[in-house]
Every structure is written in structure tokens, then in C-alpha cells.
Write a protein that binds this ligand. Structure first.
Ligand code: BGC
Ligand code: ZN
Length: 373
């Protein structure tokens, strides 16, 4: 079969022949219908990130898959041929002492010895086929079809939102807003600013809109473009960094209860932290490159965090529950905002074009590799 292979040692990304994976008794043999490309893949393809499985130099890239079951192992009962599934990215570490991994929450692994398919220590899904243990396959509705590739990037937002609600459970009064209609008035999680309009930003904005947040998307693209059109379609406001400076945001939209960072741009993120409201939460999801030191007014920032009861947290990866939630939310988004999800898919290219898509300047929102036909 064909697969997109990365060799860090030889600094090479290519699509080439790779052995078909054998399907073990508890595994599903997956026909990968589509695999998304994200910033992590680009970093791996430029040899700045990623690790092959032990004892090997080359490995299969890709972690955002939508697949159909082609065959099942002898001990598999809950999946059948033709089912649509999304494989989970991260696999637990082997250590008995890691409580996170032992309860299936390897997204909180404490030892760092987890593996991630297509990223670190395990093969990924930019291939015609992959064999994945049933425990790491999430059934997704057939009606989503290839849009199921959005499940994995959406899990990042699902985990973040789950934590936002957990953090705000600290407030000694009930949020009047959570999950309820806006007419009931603002609660402690009423207005969110989404920083960045890439897939994780836009999917986060959609997940927040589903929960009736008032959402403002802040991004570098000028107004009137595709990003502001998408914002309008989901009932969110769009503010362009070209028009609105960070200190102006609060004046234009009011206090920000939540800032969901999905741009991976350190300077903007720390400047934006100053716009956070009292009792607010700032959530980092982006992984920045290393661009050297950045100076911030640390005294002011620390004073602000303390005097305004603020919480800043980072979040990576996601547990299985977030995958189920993401699949369910994609259906809900498709119903609430018809026609919007397909607009997030900006390119569909055959697997053999993987090396060029991974190394060309990034364009569009979510670009897909069609791994079959
Ligand atoms: C993936 C996560 C992964 C992270 C760090 C992201 O692109 O979506 O699942 O944990 O990269 O490797
Ligand atoms: Zn990713």
C-alpha cells in the first residue's frame, strides 16, 4: 500500500510503498478515507518535531483520520465492515504509577512516555490502510462521511471547554448561562473571544456557539474575507487585528469571560491576556515555535491575575469522551449551521500529493488527503 513517510535522519518526506499492517484479533483494519493536515504535521515534515517508533527511522505521518472498517479481528464484536470510525491519537504510557494513563486519560499522562500515532513513537494514518485496536476507535455517524476528519481537531476544543466548566465550578453561584438560552442573562461563562481562525479556532468557536456562548473571533485576516463570513454564519462577531487593536476589544464587545487561544502566537496571546475580565479564564491550545525572548509587563500581569481571580491554563490532546462529544457536536453543528462544515474543507488532494501539501506555504483552512482512489 501507499503511505506518506517521514525520515528525520534523512530529512525526507515521501509517498512510497509500505507493508500492509496485519490485523490482530482485537484490531480493526481501517481503510483511511481522508486524513487532515495540521500545523503539527507541517512541523514534523520540516523535521522540527516528531519521533519514529523505537528502532526505526521512517514512520507514517498523519493523525486526523476518517476511516471505514475494511475488516475486523477475530475478537471484535462491536464494529463491522463499512462502519465509519475515527482513531484516537494518543496511546497510554506503560507505567503503573501514571494514574492518568491507567484510567484511560493519557491526554494527562504524567510520565511523558505516551505515544501519538503519526507524531511520536507510532505510525499514523496518511496511508491507504491502518490497523488500530478497537479500544482506540471511535464510531462516528456515517452521515458525516469525510467531515469526520474534523473530529480530532474538534476534540482539542471539547477538552478545553470541559475544563473551562470544571474551573468555573469554583464560583460559589450557579452559572445562569451554561447550556441555556442567552435570555437568561450572562453567567460566568458568557462571552468568549477566540484568538485565531484556523481549524482549532473555528471549531472551538462552533463548539462555544453550540453552548450559546457569545463568540468573538479575533484574527489577522481583513474583514469581508472568508473568515469573517464564517464567523457571521455561526452567529459570531469577527474582529480583524488589522482594524481593532487589543486594548480596543473590550470597548467594542464588553468584558471577556473566556479567551480561547488557538493561534500559537505568543506576543498576541500575552497581550490579549490583559483583556481578560474579572474571574475570567484564559486557555492556551496553540503550540508556538521558538522565536526568541519576548518582554512582558510581568508585575502588571501577576497583579491582574491575582486581583481578578483569573485562571490561565494550557491544554493538549483529548480523552475518548471528547471524541464522542466531538462526533456528536459535528452533527449538531451540521444541523444548526447548515452548509458551514464543508466550507472548512478547503482542499482535497490525493495521498500522493502529501509531500507538496505538507511543505508548501499553508493555505486555506483544513486541507485533506484522500487516501483512497
Ligand atoms: C494533535 C494532538 C497532539 C499534539 C501534540 C496536535 O496536533 O492534535 O493530538 O497531542 O499535536 O503532539
Ligand atoms: Zn493536529
Amino acid at each position: 500500500m501507499l503511505a506518506c513517510l517521514v525520515s528525520k535522519k534523512e530529512r525526507r518526506v515521501k509517498v512510497g510503498e509500505w507493508p500492509e499492517p496485519p490485523c490482530g484479533p482485537t484490531q480493526l483494519l481501517l481503510k483511511i478515507q481522508a486524513c487532515g493536515i495540521c500545523g503539527t504535521d507541517r512541523e514534523i515534515a520540516s523535521f522540527q518535531y516528531g519521533e519514529p517508533p523505537q528502532g526505526r527511522d521512517e514512520f507514517v505521518l498523519g493523525h486526523e483520520a476518517a476511516a471505514q472498517v475494511q475488516a475486523v479481528g477475530s475478537a471484535v464484536e462491536d464494529f463491522g465492515e463499512g462502519d465509519w470510525v475515527v482513531p484516537v491519537v494518543r496511546r497510554p504510557c506503560p507505567h503503573a504509577s501514571c494514574r492518568a494513563c491507567r484510567v484511560g486519560r493519557q491526554d494527562f499522562c504524567t510520565t511523558g512516555d505516551f505515544t501519538e500515532c503519526g507524531i511520536r513513537g507510532a505510525d499514523g494514518f496518511m496511508a491507504e490502510l491502518a490497523a488500530v485496536d478497537q479500544a482506540f476507535c471511535i464510531p462516528v455517524p456515517e452521515s458525516l462521511g469525510e467531515l469526520a476528519v474534523l473530529t480530532e481537531p474538534l476534540t482539542i476544543a471539547e477538552k478545553a471547554i470541559e475544563q473551562v466548566f470544571a474551573v468555573q465550578a469554583r464560583l460559589p453561584y450557579e452559572c445562569q448561562h451554561q447550556g441555556k438560552a442567552l435570555e437568561r442573562g450572562p453567567g460566568h461563562c458568557h462571552r468568549a473571544l477566540v484568538l485565531g481562525a484556523g481549524p482549532v479556532g473555528l471549531l472551538g468557536a462552533l463548539a462555544l456557539r453550540l453552548r450559546d456562548f457569545e463568540v468573538v473571533i479575533y484574527s489577522k485576516e481583513a474583514p469581508g474575507g472568508k473568515k469573517s463570513e464564517l464567523a457571521r454564519a455561526m452567529g459570531a462577531r469577527y474582529l480583524s487585528a488589522q482594524e481593532t487593536a487589543i486594548p480596543e476589544i473590550e470597548k467594542r464587545v464588553g468584558p471577556l469571560d473566556l479567551i480561547y487561544e488557538a493561534a500559537g502566537a505568543t506576543g498576541v496571546a500575552f497581550a490579549m491576556m490583559q483583556a481578560l475580565s474579572t474571574n475570567g479564564i484564559f486557555c492556551f491550545t496553540g503550540v508556538p515555535g521558538r522565536r526568541g525572548p519576548l518582554s512582558i509587563e510581568a508585575d502588571d500581569l501577576m497583579r491582574q491575575l491575582v486581583l481578578q481571580n483569573q485562571v490561565v491554563f494550557g491544554t493538549v490532546n483529548a480523552g475518548k469522551e471528547a471524541y464522542f462529544q466531538a462526533a456528536q457536536d459535528l452533527l449538531a453543528i451540521a444541523k444548526k449551521f447548515p452548509g458551514l462544515l464543508p466550507k472548512l474543507i478547503t482542499q482535497r488532494a490525493p495521498l500522493k500529493r502529501a509531500p507538496s501539501l505538507l511543505t508548501e506555504a499553508p493555505s486555506g483552512i483544513k486541507n485533506l488527503l484522500l487516501c483512497h482512489g
